[in-house]
Design a protein around this ligand. Sequence first.
Ligand SMILES: Cc1cc2nc3c(=O)[nH]c(=O)nc-3n(C[C@H](O)[C@H](O)[C@H](O)COP(=O)(O)OP(=O)(O)OC[C@H]3O[C@@H](n4cnc5c(N)ncnc54)[C@H](O)[C@@H]3O)c2cc1C
Length: 509
Amino acid sequence: MSESPIAQQHARTPRPGDLTDRLVATDVWTDQMLAEAGIPVVDVPFVTFGGGIGSFVTVDYLRISGVPTSAIRVLTPLRTPWESYEYLTTVSQIPRSERLRSDSQSRPDNIWGFPSYAIAEGPKQWWNVFLEPIFTRYYTPRAGHAFTAMEREMHRIRYPEMVVPGQVRMVRRRAGGGYFTILTPPEGAAPTRRIAYRSQWVHVAVGYPGLKFLPDLQRYRQRYDDFARVVNAYEPHEHVYERLHRRPGTVLVRGGGIVASRVLQRLIDDRDQRGLQTQVVHLFRTYVAGAHGPSVFSRRPGADGWAYQGFNYPKSVWGGQLKQRMRRTSGEERARLYKEMGGTNTPLRDDWLEQLARGRREGWYRVVIGQIEDMRPVGDLVEVAAGTDQGPQLGTFDAVIDCTGLEADIREHRVLADLLDHSGAGRNPVGRLDVGTDFELLGTRNGGKIYASGSATLGGPFPGVDTFFGLQIAAQEIADDLARQGFVQRLGPGRSTSQWWKWVRNTQI
Ligand SMILES: Cc1cc2nc3c(=O)[nH]c(=O)nc-3n(C[C@H](O)[C@H](O)[C@H](O)COP(=O)(O)OP(=O)(O)OC[C@H]3O[C@@H](n4cnc5c(N)ncnc54)[C@H](O)[C@@H]3O)c2cc1C
């Protein structure tokens, strides 16, 4: 049905506070242009948007360095900084009681990393960190511990006072210096549809640009409109486990990373604890049979299909030779080093090894090497055709759990695409946002700076940007750079020590 002429006219007439065509098409905006569009302007020196862990650790650093709450605004749809992270860990089978994948000192609630999570957890864990990794496996904190600690810090630094709810639509340079960050507040929360934040500094911390599914999964969904039997592990899929509880079934798990490990653990825990008879077929695209790597100095252990690595990044990126090497390289050489470091892997954990060994022995866990070629629903089940090292195979499953979770291109994120198209931002050698050593978004300088941290900046001079510790290093570099521009005092030893004591005593600042 076509729209009535009145509705069409209504759609074309911008309301006060709407983005006008002129604004959308213009790279550098004047104050006058916003006034004409009826978009109210709020002045604040520093804006961070995203509002997840990346924004939180940056604000934490600035607050501890002495920046007042009035000088910072956090533009975000999230209620707490860990909301989005907790959603992803929960659906991918890391509930609060399970352990994360970063080390004891990577604490988003504590810029000093001391006392570490292990010290806080008790004497048994002190020994663990002392003896690892030779005599014990690496210690990693429980998810719940990280969240409760962040909650305490959030109130201590008066984070909620700085939060403005809403979604950021774009950031544009301002004629005369600085930037406009356009916020869309929740429906009915503000008198106008958009608000512009005029600031000298902007920090972009939007997390993952989006989730990209493998083509076979997308094809299946488009063709059969079935979102229940073929799922991605980053989507809510509790119904799969519940169905297996109601009746015995066979599941195909695809992937060789930590998410596949956790999904397998959940399936096997359910077998053990709920007495289920679930059969598991595990599809590896690349099967790792033993230690592997480009040289004897950078090898990863591996076995039974998996590549093993304690943390989400090799530890040497935090300060060893690898860090130095990365800082010195650029272009294709950097892209090559990233490729060498990359590759799917999972931590070595005794409970997983025991479960899978038992499954292999008892015949309810089988490994196949290959790739899915086609999927189609057959009655209640899904028929999967796969090309494998044993030739073409056909099997039927109650569910397919895809644990490959590829990240979408940065262009999939509207704000990042806008930064590329209108604000001078460019791509680094691996195709993400190009940042310098102080996390400035190169090419966007305008009498102020735009900074970016997190996954969107992977491929820069500092690896490991999408980790708690990496986000904190970015925060520190950004704070130092802001100190050079006079926005904040550099955090020297005296202030750092007195602030640490305040942290210990949970004194609000
Ligand atoms: C399952 C999983 C487990 C992980 N485990 C670990 C671990 O154990 N240790 C570790 O160090 N790292 C881990 N990471 C990596 C990383 O530390 C986390 O993903 C962390 O949450 C990244 O923080 P962030 O601020 O970049 O993104 P997020 O915390 O996701 O926050 C970014 C937020 O920005 C918001 N946003 C997006 N667009 C806009 C917009 N236009 N306007 C306003 N807001 C917007 C979104 O709501 C988004 O949630 C893990 C990641 C995943 C997915």
